[in-house]
Design a protein around this ligand. Structure first.
Ligand code: NAD
Length: 725
């Protein structure tokens, strides 16, 4: 566990060992405590170094003991013991010092970090606040402002930035432990008062109360509805206003309060769900455990439009050499400039954070028009227009050019993977890698498994997600896959509500107040209304292919709203044209303003179609938009397109701006209670029988009939015979 392992010229080195990340389990904390006590009591020891085994200091609390956390981490007394030691204690930080790991390091008198190490207090991401003095010691070391930014976002800080901020005393390129021993020897006998952080005053800006009030307002806005970032500001207030020991009490109170809330439980669920989805399994028995990914040493991207350019950037950031291919010289020039500018921005960002080595560690990007250059790459990601004929032509072509071991991936938003695979000479090596825009920033990768896709191909695509720092979620092949399939119904419901008398800004506000990053109308305006319009025109839902005599507001037996089509016919494409559901200060403007023109247009539309409007409450907005999405989630499970509710939640939390503190749409449904969701869907479907998507899914009904089992049992009620995975 932890050993007071050796004494090197009067320096005791204590090694924390709890694989794989030296999480601070109760047993490890006890062992370290014992080792520190021994070292303090040993006359031969004059200084102490604490390090983590296998190149990792510590990733913090042991998540396996999460359900026991409410008893309070005994870590606090260990940290106090270290800080109070008369013998200097140096933390040798390799790998990570996160959460409790960093709090422990802050209790040490000195900190040395390896250049590749990260530090951070990510408790907020689990709906908590740091509870072992981290939020009280850190502002005494680096000031209120920098601490605020770290603890409210939970962001990790790389060693060089940590040095700049003052969190660590020195950064080394190698031999971190040896350097720590040297430092420990050097400071033997020196006074430690100024190194005991809890005894120091908090570093405050001149008008700290006003600063904290302002911070509270900003944090409320930034993390709409989430309570733990607000609690982080409260801890900082306690750090400023109260002596250290009283601040500690306040920190504890806030932690204990948060620990019992629904939000924290939801965030912890979301955290574990992300780990769970990496462990994919197919009904055939193939799984993440048995399938072996193939190495990806080089990649190619075809098409350098909105997606292709950011996919190239994402690969380069992951140090994977990329060949980027376009259809003609003009597009290649535009695309290559765009990629270079994205890469420059990434480099600048990293340099501002002090990572000078980053520039040299980007994967090289080669631009070309020549397919022949793709002969030796390990993986190709196609990102051309959303057009099946074109995609098939490209896949056929790639089949003849790429080496037989190369994987062929498509970034399609929802076209049939099998149809593309069927034109290749390696259908088992074809897979969907559905990135989200912008691909170098968004964390989600929907990995779409086709009928022929092999487990090696899945495993390789999931590994790619990891290499790119993304969360890969394996889904089955159906139109629009999981994320967009659910999203389409949510957006459609919002448009129906506008027909029924609500306003875009009312709907956006209701859903943003619920916690979504952006309401549906602002989202449509941002993405461009013309994209959906083109797709609907292509499949004949609108435009010249629509059979003459089709009722304006009906397709088949289903209700249809032509509102978005009409807006496009009027040139209102959203932000890019300066007007859409909102108006903007200029084309490309971002400031959405309600548009009186739209109100007149909607009144006229309602008059022409003889629509009876009603007052749409906030409750109806939330329930209709979210429950239709959740209902489709149950259908996705029933169809075997996602293997469990966790997969859907991870997709929404990471790709669609869903508030993590509600856990994701399926978890949220489980908290609301499935009988409630069912009753409401029945009510809304009863009132709108022309919207069949509101009709409760049979899987939802089944779960209610089984007595509303907890979410973790839902999978056991699914029949596997229908699985598309
Ligand atoms: P885009 O129109 O911005 O770019 C497509 C690019 O492909 C263009 O630069 C075009 O010149 C190039 N291209 C066309 N034919 C080619 C050929 N034969 N060889 C090489 N290059 C060719 O499109 P986009 O928005 O980047 O979308 C690309 C794909 O990604 C589509 O399948 C789309 O559905 C999907 N997608 C888009 C988004 C998004 O938010 N835009 C999100 C996820 C997935």
């Amino acid at each position: 566990m932890a050993a007071f392992s050796y004494i090197c010229d009067s320096v005791a080195v204590i090694t924390m060992s709890n694989p794989p990340v030296n999480a601070l389990s109760s047993a490890l904390i006890r062992a370290v405590q014992k080792a520190v006590e021994e070292a303090i009591g040993d006359f031969a020891v004059e200084a102490i170094v604490i390090r983590g085994d296998k190149g990792k200091f510590s990733a913090g609390a042991d998540i396996r003991e999460f359900n026991r956390l409410e008893r309070g981490p005994p870590l606090v007394s260990l940290i106090d013991l270290i800080e109070d030691s008369k013998k200097p204690v140096v933390a040798a930080i390799e790998g990570v010092a996160l959460g409790g790991g960093l709090e422990l390091a802050l209790g040490c008198h000195y900190r040395i970090a390896h250049a590749q190490a990260y530090v951070g207090l990510p408790e907020v991401l689990l709906g908590l606040v740091p509870a072992a003095g981290g939020a009280l010691r850190l502002p005494r070391l680096i000031g209120i402002s920098a601490t605020l930014s770290m603890i409210t976002t939970g962001k990790y800080v790389q060693a060089r930035e940590a040095l700049k901020l003052g969190i660590v005393d020195k950064v080394v390129g190698e031999n971190t432990v040896d350097e720590a021993i040297q430092l420990a020897k050097k400071v033997i006998g020196q006074p430690l008062g100024s190194r005991q952080l809890s005894t120091l005053p908090v570093q405050c800006p001149p008008n700290v109360e006003a600063f904290l009030d302002e911070a509270m307002v900003k944090v409320k806005k930034q993390f709409r509805g989430a309570q733990s970032p607000l609690a982080c500001v409260e801890v900082l207030r306690a750090a400023v206003q109260l002596p250290y020991l009283e601040g500690k009490k306040k920190e504890r109170e806030l932690f204990q309060f948060l620990y019992t809330t629904d939000q924290t439980r939801a965030q912890q669920y979301a955290f574990f769900a992300e780990r769970e989805v990496a462990k994919w399994t197919l009904p055939s028995g193939a799984s993440w455990k048995t399938a072996s990914p193939q190495p990806i040493r080089t990649a190619a991207v075809i098409g350098l439009g909105t997606m292709g350019r950011s996919i190239v950037t994402s690969l380069a950031k992951a140090k994977i050499p990329v060949i980027a291919l376009e259809q003609d010289k003009k597009q290649l020039d535009i695309g290559s400039k765009a990629v270079m500018s994205l890469l420059d921005r990434e480099i600048l960002k990293m340099e501002q954070l002090g990572h000078t080595e980053f520039t040299n560690s980007l994967g090289p990007v080669q631009f070309t028009l020549d397919y022949g250059k793709l002969r030796d790459v390990d993986i190709v990601i196609e990102a051309v227009f959303e057009n099946m004929a074109l995609k098939k032509e490209i896949f056929r072509h790639l089949s003849g050019i790429c080496k037989p071991e190369a994987f062929l991936c498509t970034n399609t938003s929802g076209l049939d993977i099998d149809e593309m695979a069927s034109v290749t000479n390696r259908p088992q090596m074809v897979i969907g890698t559905h990135f989200f825009s912008p691909a170098h920033i968004m964390k989600l990768l929907e990995v779409v498994h086709g009928h022929y896709t092999s487990s090696t191909t899945i495993s390789t695509a999931m590994r790619l997600a990891k290499m790119l720092g993304k969360v890969g979620v394996l889904v089955g092949n159906c139109p629009s896959f999981v994320g967009n399939r659910l999203m389409r119904l949510y957006v459609e419901q919002a448009v129906f509500l506008v027909e029924e008398g609500s306003k875009p800004e009312e709907i956006d506000r209701a859903l943003e107040d619920f916690g979504l990053a952006m309401g549906p109308f602002r989202m449509m305006d941002l993405a461009g209304l013309d994209i959906g319009w083109k797709a609907r025109t292509e499949i004949g839902l609108t435009g010249p292919k629509l059979p003459i005599g089709t009722p304006a507001r009906q397709r088949g037996s289903k209700r249809y709203s032509p509102l978005p089509d009409i807006l496009c016919e009027k040139g209102r494409f959203g932000q890019k044209s300066g007007q859409g559901w909102y108006k903007y200060e200029k084309s490309g403007g971002r400031n959405a303003m309600p548009d009186p023109w739209l109100y007149n247009f909607l009144s006229e539309y309602q008059r022409i179609h003889n629509l009876k409007t009603h007052y749409v409450t906030q409750e109806e907005i939330i329930e209709r938009c979210l429950y239709v999405l959740i209902n489709e989630g149950f259908k996705v499970l029933e169809d075997g397109i996602a293997s469990g509710p966790e997969d859907i939640d991870v997709i929404y939390n990471n790709g669609y701006g869903w508030p993590k503190y509600t856990g994701g749409p399926m978890y949220y449904a489980s908290i609301v209670g499935l009988p409630v969701v069912l009753t409401k869907l029945e009510k809304y479907y009863g009132a709108n029988p022309d919207i069949p998507d509101l009709k409760p899914s049979s899987f939802l009904k089944k779960l209610v009939s089984k007595g509303n089992p907890p979410l973790k049992e839902w999978r056991s009620h699914l029949g596997f015979q229908s699985s598309m995975l």
